[in-house]
Design a binder for this molecule. Structure first.
Ligand SMILES: Cc1ncc(C[n+]2csc(CCOP(=O)(O)OP(=O)(O)O)c2C)c(N)n1
Length: 631
């Protein structure tokens, strides 16, 4: 077989060789991800789907849209990126998600879930308006991503647009954790229902018989399909109720059958949904068995399946997410009104600790950030104290709910935003870049960030107190903290009170959150050279510690602010606003994420690129010292 670099090479392969193509592709994913890292189980689960889609459809003219995109590794490998695939998610390498700038086969940039149906529908309607009536548009969406409101909004609209849209539902019963909700149960029901399966077989048998007779027109196929579905399907199938033609469920690992079915579906105009049953992690036994662990396992031995861990003799600091998860249980044990909410991230946020300890009081609501926030608001109206944990970048999706449902009504909801700041290898779609500005401008919102584990615990405790009732946000980053003994006694922090960590001679550093540790490191190193810089940990961007700000501006004419978030409208801006409104005249340098898209890489690499790692802070201090005060 010739090497397959592009889908046109794939289309030259005989149908009976497609099974071998799938085996090779699967092995290539295993070989590469085991050594270079990345998402794993999801791509293994869609190998056959990927091959069939590129085999049957005329990509890139026909438009293939992946949902979330963490499962698109096979697609990347088959669309000209086989040789670069080793650089997947690595600094300056290819992105771990489809990205329009990377390839014409990547029709829509993605990383956040549930966008594929709306995006593909937009493309389909555009084709119709341009008169390209045979062009195909395919959205591949998982059962997890299908739980989001956005996916339903897309379905609802698509049902009444007579456009060429095929939704491939990749149903593996999994999100990152086991999928949840009534939709999941519905999908299981239609997959296992004997009436349904018999009916489906009848439809396909009839279609195949007709094909044997010779050429069958689209009209005839459509008519037969519709007639056979009369009654039973339309009443009982939710996709049919939304005016989609529903096909399936079929085995998503039978590549030859997939090819046959997709070739048939190509001939049927209008919105249709193909329900495929797949196994996440297919072809790698351990990943099939423990699908959550192998969603994104890190580097591993592809023969033994051993996942490599960093070895150290010293006790390692915990991840911030685990400090969150354990502290939440501790607080909830003392206060029966505390509840936990996660939109589909029990493992990623460590909400699973509370889900295990108090199953009645912790909720995984599916990939549904908007619902998670409004559900929390509803709970709060009844005196509950919801801790709603949403990754910073996913919180973007729930912004109106934060403003309209929580803040306007001054409800007591605690927003815990994990993965705030530079998120690392997931890249641009996942950096928690915007939350300080977008939370800071919301009336009634308390905006805080801990510098270490103890502070995170204390902020959570403070946020839970009745006297602090109201919207309260706490942001913290991906990864491990700085304290090996983190189970400190819980203490209340006065709202809006910062901390002075050290005095200085001429320059003051102001930081918010854990990035303060890099600044503290810089201050220590500078002290060894005889340069004493003051360091203030703001703790609260809002309300800002006015007393502390007066002290800083009274004493220091040169100030550097450092935050792990955009410099536009963030903590540095809050400090500038304070300075302007109180007529101070200090020189301020604002350090943080630049006002541009920051791509993927390890966090330290990105801190360096964005110019706020420890050496960059040291350099900024030295440059300010050598400058004349410009006031
Ligand atoms: C808006 C949003 N929320 C949460 C996530 C995190 N996330 C990434 S993949 C995933 C599970 C997706 O499940 P599914 O669509 O069924 O795909 P599978 O991994 O099972 O193939 C989640 C929750 C995300 N990418 N976007």
């Amino acid at each position: 077989m010739e090497p397959i670099i592009y889908p046109e090479d794939l289309r030259k392969v005989e149908e009976e060789d497609l099974v071998k193509v799938c085996a090779d592709l699967r092995q290539y994913i295993i070989d590469t991800v085991s050594v270079y890292g990345g998402h794993f189980g999801a791509s293994l689960g869609v190998v056959e789907l990927t091959v069939a889609l590129h085999y049957v459809f005329n990509t890139p003219y026909d438009q293939l849209v992946w949902d979330v995109g963490h499962q698109a590794y096979g697609h990347k490998i088959l669309t000209g990126r086989r040789e670069q695939f080793y650089s997947n998610r690595i600094y300056k390498g290819i992105s771990g998600f489809p990205k329009r700038g990377e390839s014409e086969y990547d029709t829509f940039g993605v990383g956040h879930s549930s966008t594929s149906i709306s995006a593909a529908l937009g493309m389909a309607v555009a084709s119709r308006l341009k008169g390209e009536l045979t062009r195909q548009h395919i959205a591949v969406i998982g059962d997890g991503a299908m739980t989001a409101g956005l996916a339903f909004e897309g379905l609802n609209h698509a049902g009444v647009e007579n456009s060429n849209l095929l939704v491939v539902l990749n149903d593996n019963c999994m999100s990152i954790d086991p999928n949840v909700g009534a939709l999941k149960e519905y999908l299981t029901d239609i997959t296992t229902s004997p009436t349904y399966n018999k009916f489906k077989d009848d439809v396909w048998k009839a279609l195949n018989k007709l094909k044997k007779v010779g050429h069958v027109s689209q009209d005839i196929i459509t008519k037969i399909h519709d007639t056979m579905k009369s009654g039973l399907l339309r009443q009982s199938n939710m996709f049919e109720s939304l005016k989609f033609r529903y096909f399936g469920p079929i085995d998503g690992h039978d590549v030859n059958h997939l090819v046959k079915v997709m070739n048939d579906l190509k001939k049927i105009p209008g919105p249709k949904l193909l329900h495929c049953i797949t196994l996440k992690g297919k072809g790698f036994a351990l990943a099939e068995k423990d699908q959550t662990k192998w969603h994104s396992p890190g580097l591993f031995d592809k023969v033994t399946g051993e996942i490599y861990k960093k070895v150290s003799d010293k006790p390692q600091p915990p991840k911030y997410q685990d400090v969150f998860g354990n502290t939440l249980v501790e607080l909830a044990e003392k206060n029966s009104r505390i509840v936990g909410i996660t939109p589909a991230m029990p493992s990623g946020s460590s909400m699973n600790i509370m889900m295990k300890a108090m199953p009645d009081r912790a909720f995984d609501v599916g990939i549904a950030e908007q619902h998670a926030v409004t559900f929390s608001a509803g709970l709060a109206t009844q005196g509950m104290i919801p801790f709603c944990n949403i990754y910073s970048s996913f919180m973007q999706r729930a912004y109106d709910q934060v403003v309209h449902d929580v803040a306007l009504q001054k409800l007591h909801v605690v927003f815990c935003m994990d993965r705030a700041g530079l998120a690392g290898a997931d890249g641009a779609t996942h950096h928690g870049m915007l939350d300080i500005p977008f939370m800071r401008c919301v009336p009634n919102m308390i905006v805080s960030a801990p510098m270490n584990e103890e502070e995170l615990r204390n902020l959570m405790y403070t946020a839970s107190l009745e006297k602090n009732a109201g919207p309260f946000s706490i942001r913290y980053p991906r990864g491990s903290g700085v304290m090996s003994r983190w189970k400190t006694p819980l203490r209340e922090i006065k709202i809006g009170k910062g901390r002075k960590l050290r005095d200085g001679d001429e320059i003051a550093l102001i930081t918010i959150g854990t990035i303060g540790n890099l600044a503290a490191d810089a201050a220590n190193k500078l002290a060894l050279e005889g340069i004493n810089v003051a360091h203030y940990d703001l703790r609260f961007v809002k309300p800002i510690d006015e007393e502390m700000m007066h002290e800083v501006f009274g004493k220091y004419k040169k100030i550097i602010t450092v935050e792990d978030g955009t410099i536009v409208g963030g903590m540095g801006s809050a400090v500038l606003e304070f300075m302007a409104s109180h007529h101070y005249e200090s020189e301020i340098k604002i350090m943080g994420m630049p006002d541009r898209i920051v791509e993927h890489g390890e966090q330290p690499e990105l801190y360096t690129e964005c110019g706020y790692d420890t050496p960059a802070i040291i350099k900024a201090v030295k440059e300010l010292i050598s400058e004349k005060v410009s006031v």
